[in-house]
Design a protein around this ligand. Structure first.
Ligand SMILES: Cc1ncc(COP(=O)(O)O)c(C=O)c1O
Length: 431
């Protein structure tokens, strides 16, 4: 054995996304990349906003002393001030109408469409939740992945559990394990909203973190304000019952990628013991630049301890601090993002085509993934059939939810359009 047994095992299991990536490379070499419809990976195909290029040039020309030096582990103070201001607005509770349950999404079953949307009055309208957030509540991180590792390292004792609703972003399993934790999953409801009864049953004295991801990868679901409020009440009750805080960690890299005027509710106003982990990998199309941040709810009971812990774990995990140049770029962008309308257009082209081909799915209100039902029970077999038509998708099993498959639509419009006859042929084979 030349490497650690656990890593040896993990390599041999290799994630589905990775497998499809490798398969894609092989197929593209064989058939030419234009003839392969690769929907396997969430690598944003839109360019970063123009403001990014300008900001990068400005920052590159700055000759300030210490511009590229070590800094406070949580990041430059002026950058954290800028981020704190953005979080203050983003996490302020809203008083208007919010989506509820399956929100204003539309179920598409085969060729029929049925609107299941219903709206309810917001139940969670405090606006004081974020007023006190300061630069000290922000830790700049190497992406959301880096941020989640920093949080897990700071919060988890050996054997403690991170609870997540499935389907889920599979890397969470490794992040929990990296820090002696264990990822536990609980199935979401049919419409991919939180199943609070099942969550209550799954919480136990070892539960240390409830992890949520909204808008969600792989479903595109956005959790409603009322369900987050109910989740907050539940976590509070359980924390009191067990005499230990259960933290809510909210992974939000897709917060800005939302369609049809749907809001992503604030988590800070729904539960005090909350930490947000996010990044600009998706909203600025900068996944390679590894820039993100953590934000501590200013109402968290051990706010100061959390600040110290997150800053320390950022350092001792070897990140030390988030990349200096990327930090300096952010305030110059002033909240810019990629063209969200382009993702909405791609979603609509894809949904229309899949519905016409007879697929059943829920129209995603956010992120850039579709998670249709596999027409046969065996999602792996179905994905293999798609592959024979040169379509690359990821089986739902790879996200802890067999019976579905994931399609990432951060690709050219043309790729989606050209793939439709192939999708149709595969459906015809199984129906
Ligand atoms: C739900 C979710 N969380 C976290 C990440 C990691 O993002 P980052 O590139 O910011 O580390 C991803 C990346 O795809 C994701 O989909």
């Amino acid at each position: 054995m030349t490497i650690a047994a656990k890593i040896e095992q993990t390599i041999s299991k290799s994630s589905w996304i990775r497998k499809m990536f490798e398969e894609g490379t092989r197929l593209k070499a064989q058939y030419g990349s234009d003839n392969v419809f690769d929907f396997s990976i969430g690598n944003p195909n839109l360019p970063p906003p123009e403001a990014f290029q300008n900001a990068l040039e400005i920052v590159a020309k700055q000759k300030e002393k210490w511009a590229h030096a070590y800094m406070a582990n949580s990041g430059f103070a002026f950058v954290r001030e800028y981020v704190a201001e953005k979080v203050r607005t983003e996490q302020a509770g809203k008083t208007g109408k919010q989506t509820e349950g399956s929100g204003n999404r539309t179920e598409v079953t085969g060729k029929q469409t049925e609107n299941t949307g219903n709206q309810t009055e917001s139940t969670c309208n405090q606006t004081d939740g974020t007023a006190n957030i300061t630069a000290d509540d922000i830790v700049m991180t190497c992406g959301a992945a880096g941020g989640l590792n920093v949080v897990f390292k700071a919060l988890l004792n050996h054997g403690e559990e991170v609870l997540v609703s499935s389907p889920f972003f599979v890397e969470y399993t490794f992040y929990a394990d990296n820090h002696g934790g264990v990822l536990k999953t609980v199935k979401s409801k049919q419409d991919f909203s939180l199943d609070l009864t099942a969550i209550e049953e799954a919480i136990n004295p070892k539960t240390r973190i409830m992890l949520i991801n909204s808008p969600n990868n792989p479903t595109g679901q956005i959790y409603s304000e009322s369900s987050l409020k109910a989740l907050g009440e539940l976590l509070k009750k359980k924390s009191q019952e067990y005499g230990a805080i259960i933290y809510l960690v909210s992974d939000e890299p897709y917060r800005k990628i939302v369609f049809d005027d749907v809001d992503v509710p604030s988590v800070f106003t729904c539960y005090d013991q909350t930490i947000v982990a996010t990044s600009h990998s998706k909203d600025l199309s900068l996944p390679g630049e590894r820039i993100g941040y953590l934000a501590i709810n200013p109402k968290a009971e051990y706010r100061e301890k959390l600040r110290q812990a997150l800053s320390l774990t950022n350092r001792i995990l070897g990140f030390v601090n988030a990349p200096a140049m990327m930090q300096r770029v952010l305030p110059l962008l002033d909240g810019a993002s990629v063209d969200i309308n382009a993702y909405r257009r791609k979603r609509d082209i894809f949904c229309e085509g899949l519905a016409n081909a007879g697929y059943s799915f829920t129209i995603p209100p956010g992120a850039f993934y579709l998670f249709p039902q596999s027409p046969i029970e065996d999602d792996v077999k179905f994905v293999k059939a798609l592959q024979e038509e040169l379509i690359l998708a990821v089986p739902g099993s790879g996200f802890g939810d067999p019976g579905h498959f994931r399609l990432a639509f951060c690709v050219e419009d043309e790729t989606i359009r050209k793939s439709m006859p192939a999708f149709k042929r595969v459906m015809e084979r199984f129906s």
